[in-house]
Design a protein around this ligand. Structure first.
Ligand SMILES: [Fe+2]
Ligand SMILES: [Fe+2]
Length: 199
């Protein structure tokens, strides 16, 4: 499917109507950052990355019960981490809502939305761009964000992924929070592919 700028505007308006103002500002910055990263690493997918950006948090303001219900209805596999923390389903459910609303199916947008929170061992370039854009959009402020931005824009997407996963896992451990197995699998896959952090 070829997406037009007019279609993007319709998706943007739908996304805006579904999010609190502060979250929508974040969404706008994710779209902008995803587009910038796509221009560098995947120019053919700029529009797909922008659309995934508009959709990625569209279900985040739904209550847990709705997330679980909509995921079940759509036949999405609900893993143990998602039973414990239904919020983890917001990306997958956002895609389900958008695809029902606009009558399209696109695995590129589906996986980018589904994996933007936890990562996954089988991420596409588009998935990585949306994951990183969510993490490093200009409103984000945490100790290693500058390094991740540098890696993502100037060095290599996989190095940015590895660096961000290492830091996220470290943060989760330090705060004794659960780690989604998908993130650990992603870490292992990146290492196995030979990705290493410079310096
Ligand atoms: Fe999100
Ligand atoms: Fe987000």
């Amino acid at each position: 499917m070829r997406y037009t700028p007019e279609f993007e505007q319709v998706v943007r308006a739908w996304s805006k109507a579904r999010q609190k103002e502060k979250r929508f500002k974040h969404t706008e910055r994710v779209v902008q950052t995803a587009a910038q990263l796509a221009e560098i690493w995947s120019p053919d997918e700029v529009m797909v990355c922008r659309l995934a950006g508009w959709i990625h948090d569209a279900a985040k303001d739904l209550p847990d019960s709705d997330l679980l219900h909509l995921a079940r209805e759509a036949g999405i596999e609900i893993r143990e981490p998602e039973v414990d923390t239904p919020m983890l389903l917001h990306g997958a459910v956002g895609y389900v809502l958008a695809s029902a609303e606009f009558g399209f199916e696109d695995d590129r947008i589906r996986t980018a939305c589904t994996y933007h929170t936890t990562g996954s061992p089988d991420m596409s370039l588009t998935d990585k761009i949306v994951y990183l854009a969510d993490l490093i959009e200009p409103g984000r402020d945490f100790p290693s964000v500058g390094e991740i931005r540098h890696l993502a824009f100037q060095v290599d997407l996989d190095q940015a992924m590895l660096f961000s996963v290492v830091h996220t896992v470290r943060y989760l451990m330090q705060h004794e929070k659960p780690i989604d197995p998908r993130m650990i699998e992603l870490y292992n896959v990146l290492l196995k592919a030979g990705v290493r952090l410079l310096g």
